[in-house]
Design a protein around this ligand. Sequence first.
Ligand SMILES: [Zn+2]
Ligand SMILES: [Zn+2]
Length: 244
Amino acid sequence: MLHWIYPGLCELCHEPCEQELCEDCIAKLPALPLPICLYCGSPVAGDQHDPTHCAQCAAAPRYYDFARSAYLTNEATRHLVHAIKYHHANYLAGVMGELLNRLWEDTPQLMQPGRYCLVPVPCTQAHLFARGYNQAGEIARALARLRGLPVCHALKRIPTEADSQTRLSAGERRRNAMRAYTARPSYASGRRKLPGEDVVLVDDVYTTGSTAHACARQLRKLPGVRRVGMLTLLRAAHGQRDIV
Ligand SMILES: [Zn+2]
Ligand SMILES: [Zn+2]
């Protein structure tokens, strides 16, 4: 009722609309160009030797089964992620969950029957303290509501010395990520169990895939895990690092 009297404004065009983003602005968000690598979900050149496997996945297998992102980064999508990440705009989590729900329905691996559960990529305690929430957790919660799935905070983010450096090479990022994520002790010890064997990691941005790789490695150690996938709102284009 209140919403009807005082409709919200679209975060991007500032026109009145029923959710945080209007459908016109959603339609203008930059979709990923096809084809994409079947594993990491990055756009690949259609004429390359193996169009189902990008060069990085062919060179180094990933711990996750697949990763998919809804959009590329541009000014609009960067604005959205900056807003939820740095400007306390956690009201955007609802529409972000809705966008991930659309991505879910476009992802054949997720349309297979299974017992799914969502695991948000964790942030450090310092980030949690500074922002008051973990944006990945908020987005996962919104997606979980739409799909009727459980959210499980099974992972923990350990601060590392590299956290203070914003510019890391892909190799440094990978090594740092491997040290930065672990299963929470209650899950690692088997005291608590994941409520599903098909685990979907949720995050805001997929940059080099190091986070997905490191988190999936930890999840695979837990009993009963069959598949690990990842959904993110954004995908940084190749070579774009630290842009959000
Ligand atoms: Zn709009
Ligand atoms: Zn790939």
